[in-house]
Structures are given as structure tokens and as C-alpha cells.
Design a protein around this ligand. Sequence first.
Ligand SMILES: [Zn+2]
Length: 130
Amino acid sequence: MPAPDGKGREPTPLEKNRALAQWLEFQLRQVRGRIRDLEAQEHQGHGLRKPGAEEPDGRGRREAELTPRPRTPDWGISEAGTGSAVKVHRGDCWAAGKELRAISRERALAELADGVPACEVCRPDRPLMA
Ligand SMILES: [Zn+2]
């Protein structure tokens, strides 16, 4: 009976590549951990983050989650060219077009109080006046 691990036998290409993949994954984890530590140092010089406190298993998916998305403003005002009506919108209103400028809730309320009409599509006055 030959030994199950086949002493003296050449590893098959599959075995070699599995071992290589394991090694590369180990290296990748090391590098990712280093990157996280360095990023934490760079973003918040106070070192709030404990290095290696958490090692998520979902490798590969992390990058997408870490990429910050531009925040949708809560409110906006459309400032179209001369002659077009200026309106107050919700920040994500599809009807506002490219001209939407992000404004604060206070500013939106002030604009409405000043007589700037609320967009009839997204009706920002409803939550604002509520
Ligand atoms: Zn709107």
C-alpha cells in the first residue's frame, strides 16, 4: 500500500497551484492589513483604529464597500438659465437636471419662505414643512 501522501512523488500541477494560491492569499492578507493600517494612520493621525482588530473574511468585496460614494444632498435648488423657473428640490430629484445645487435644509426652508416654488415632482416642501 503506498502512503496516502505519496512520499517522493512529484506534486501535481494542481497541488502546486493550490499551494501557490494559498501562499498568495496569505501575502495578500498581509498587504491588505498593512494598507488598512497605513490608511488609518493617514486618514486619522490619532490612531483610533486598532491594527488587525478585525479580519473580515469577505476578501475582495471590501474594496467596493470602502470606496466612498458621493453623498446625495438632501436638498437642492435648480438654477437654470434666465427665464427658467428656479425651484427647490430634494437632492435626488430626477426632474432637477444638472443644474441642481446642493443647499442646506435651512436654506431650502428660507427659499420656500421667500416664495421660491417647490418642485411639483419631488415636493420638498412636504418633509420640510412637516
Ligand atoms: Zn424636484
